[in-house]
Design a protein around this ligand. Sequence first.
Ligand code: GYE
Length: 341
Amino acid sequence: MKKILALVLAVMMMVVAAGCGGGGDQAKSSGSGASSGGKQITMGFSQIGAESEWRTANTESIKQAAQDAGINLQFSDAQQKQENQIKAIRSFIAQGVDIIAFVPIVETGWDTVLKEAKDANIPVIVVDRDVKVADDSLYVAKIGTDSVTEGKNVFKWIDEYMGKENKKPRDGGSQYNVVILEGTVGSSVAIRRNEGFKDAMAASPNASKYNILASQTGEFTRQKGQEVMESFLKSYGDKIDILYAHNDDMALGAIQAIEAAGMKPGKDITIISIDGVKGMFQAMIEGKSNCTVECNPLQGPLLMETAKKILNGEKVDKLVYVDEGIFPADVAEKTLPERKY
Ligand code: GYE
């Protein structure tokens, strides 16, 4: 067993050494500033998987930015499992990469492995989602999006829209019935997008007009979004006024379920989701959804820039949020050609 482990480690080190040698394609495109102390930077990156259109754009942005910056990226796909991320981070430490970056699939459970990275003097950058660790010095910087604000913006938009359109509750009652498709259980994004929505609702003078009928995870995927929406429709049928999906992919799955049930998505049921991917712009142009709150996946350039600064010993901000907008259906057609993901 030990021999096999040693062999695996030796092969890994050879791969890293080849990457650092400066003879590969990446080194050729490196331009300036690709190195720290004259040697090419190697970044170990643990991505959570490929669950959504957003995630694909995020991965592409990171790979492209690494190439543009001349950084040797060791990319690892965790297939939605935290244990795979922990294994990947341990293997980056064993390889002796210069810097580690990762998207934490869930918020908790990172203390031990991040302490191992710190003990090995390898700086860590948290990307996209948040971690909850006892000691914040276990990571140097966090680059991502503001999920609480996104959730708040969802409620604010809905509240304004329902009033403006003078929508009447479908069941003839006095409240709008809301169903929620949540993201991955335990992820900072699902927790905060709920929090932001509920906080904004509680703070609104219209709070009593809304009733959350059901809220369940659709795991950020189209497939699961469709399945859970089917079950919501079975239980509550024409009582549902509003669907809030924590991402566009789940909303796109739900749209199929709503159509299959003989209802009109975007009309019978008002739909709002988060991300702003092209697929959702298309659905809005077709009149099947009402609004998307942008969450920007193009975090690669900022990540590479931050990594270089850290390795150069420069000070970086502990927390950086990327910019995001709000796109209702009436601007979808005009905006789609400008969308980058
Ligand atoms: O909204 C969703 C995804 O972590 C912000 O993860 C991200 C979320 C994004 O797969 O589509």
